[in-house]
Design a protein around this ligand. Structure first.
Ligand code: C5P
Length: 234
């Protein structure tokens, strides 16, 4: 398997084609951005840490029957993944009010929600990933009705699997963002699952162990990512 042309470069990752048209290589960078690119920086070893954390969590989900794009780790910063066609949707699941939900609805950060909340955002850097609902998804032809249903059910199952696994490691899963892609006739969970895309709080102290440390200049950013890897590793 040989890495060939780059097909995509995002804020935190590069994706390459391979000599197998069904496989991509995903390479994780140390670059970090927040507030839709307005804040930029690097987090030392983030690429390596997010690659490894994502691999552990994708394997956990696969073991629990969730189909993902993950194939295997290739190196410290690279994983082999199935060559999915990413849907232009961000799926956010929340257990505790934080971030944009706390702000938009005037809720105190840390409020336990009565039940998980699922939000869709339209993936668009120019528009700042605006929140949309399923009517928009259908009207804009971003996904079909059965695909939406599958994505919603899968996202809530992912939440249950991750929540239970993480609480046993002393981590509260506050919220997270998922992306899905089409692969043949299937929808696979894709992208990454890492402190860049999830809010993780220490179960005892409620200390933030995720990208909010970078977004909010809380310091000890690398340490938080390292702490998450050391706790999630089996
Ligand atoms: O900012 P907000 O509160 O909406 O973020 C909810 C969750 O989705 C957080 O865990 C955040 O890290 C993640 N997210 C993401 N990529 C985005 C927006 C949010 O990974 N573009």
């Amino acid at each position: 398997m040989k890495k060939t042309a780059m097909v995509y470069e995002g804020k935190a990752k590069r994706v390459y084609r391979t000599d197998d048209e069904k496989l991509f290589v995903m390479e994780f960078k140390d670059d970090a951005t927040a507030f839709n690119g307005q804040k930029r920086g690097t987090i030392r070893d983030k690429g390596e840490l997010n690659n490894k954390i994502s691999a552990v969590l994708f394997e956990l989900l696969e073991k629990n029957g969730i189909k993902t794009h993950f194939v295997k780790l290739l190196s410290d910063r690279e994983m082999l993944v199935k060559a999915v066609n990413i849907l232009p949707l961000e799926v956010i699941v929340r257990n505790i009010a934080a971030g944009s939900m706390a702000k938009r609805l005037g809720l105190e950060e840390g409020l336990e929600l009565k039940r998980p909340v699922l939000e869709f955002c339209y993936k668009s850097d120019e528009l700042g990933d605006p929140m949309i609902n399923t009517y928009h998804v259908l009207a804009m032809d971003l996904a079909a009705e059965d695909e939406i249903r599958f994505i919603e059910e899968t996202s809530f199952r992912v939440n249950e699997i991750l929540k239970e696994y993480l609480i046993n490691k002393g981590i509260v899963l506050v919220d997270f963002k998922l992306e899905f892609g089409r692969f043949g006739g299937e929808i696979l969970l894709a992208d990454e699952i890492s402190p860049d895309t999830c809010r993780f709080w220490d179960a005892k102290t409620r200390e933030k162990l995720d990208k909010d440390r970078f977004r909010r200049d809380l310091g000890r950013v690398e340490e938080a990512y390292k702490e998450i890897l050391s706790r999630v590793k089996v």
